[in-house]
Write a protein that binds this ligand. Sequence first.
Ligand SMILES: [Fe+2]
Length: 392
Amino acid sequence: MDLSIFMGKIYNFQLPKRIVFGTGSSSMVGLEAKALGGNRILLITDENLRSSGLIKNVEKNLLSEGLSIDIFSDIRAEPSLEDAERVAEKTRGGGYDLIVGIGGGSVLDMAKVASIASTNRKPMRQYIGVNLVVKPGLPKILMPTTAGTGSEVTHVAVITLLDEEAKSAIISPYLFSDESIVDPKLTYSMPPRVTASTGLDALSHAFEALMAVSANPITDTLALQSIEIIFKYLSRAYRSGDEESRFGMSLGALMAGMAFINSWVCLGHALAYSFSVTYRVPHGLSCGLSLPYAFKFNAPAIRHKLPQIAEKIDASYRENVKSPDDLERFIFNKIMELLDELNAPKRLREIGVSESDLGKIASKVLTFKRLIEKNSRALSEDDAHRLVMDMW
Ligand SMILES: [Fe+2]
């Protein structure tokens, strides 16, 4: 790693207070909840998980420590502002002292909302933005049941604004968990399509962390390692979902989350957000579709990182790569091959976008200023149009 490129800047690095990782670690939740001072717990999950053995085990574990539990499971995927308000209402009336979130990214994001809603009592819309949450919330434990969103280690709650056909977020250090318990066992029952989608989200987090202007030696190390793990295990987790590939994907997604929350995501997520709500494409699949094009656009700005990325994808890459252009093509093609293996969409036309919609999508990309500003290469209006056309 050439450190000279990182000199002359000041970097931040922040994470949840504690991360517990390992197969079987979810059985620690009762003890951990007690250690955080929990007595009356609001357990947040979704309808599908609610009746599963997985939630029953966690419930049993919490009850065995003498804790009382209320369950809230009315959470939809890609939650809207209205969903966030319902979670807030539930929390405010309950007298809870600890939040436990178990589920995918949407559930974990709503557990963060529950935590701050108890102490910040204005309508949730007023907290959308950066650092607008006034007070710390209830302590919270986050336990992911997918491997990809990284929500367990971020201080972001993504909220869909249905009337604006867009996504926004509450971003505040008060959203960081007090403890994240990452147990690969909780991902064993994930269906193949969710495995593919969330895994592609994780891969996008890792690549975009490398492509963002705030990338630093710590985030690059985490991102590169997670690229290696994800390329090794994602297809296998999708096909067979064996224990080793689940372990790999939980770890890869965790590391990608730790990288991007400190470096940030950029062009790939801006592209994904520009069409995912209108065309109802799950977050991870929209990120996966956008990733190769975002990479191709940014490659000139991260030339020095391309050999490291290629090496992580395939240690014998030098046999196929003779020039810098080859290197860029090699990485682009490897991402495309992975999308093929996962039966994921690679073009906007595959998800129902017609050519006449492209102008609207390109204009929308530029509205995600916070993400575009983080991109290592400036994006003009013409660039956005060319990119979207290329994606089509
Ligand atoms: Fe994401």
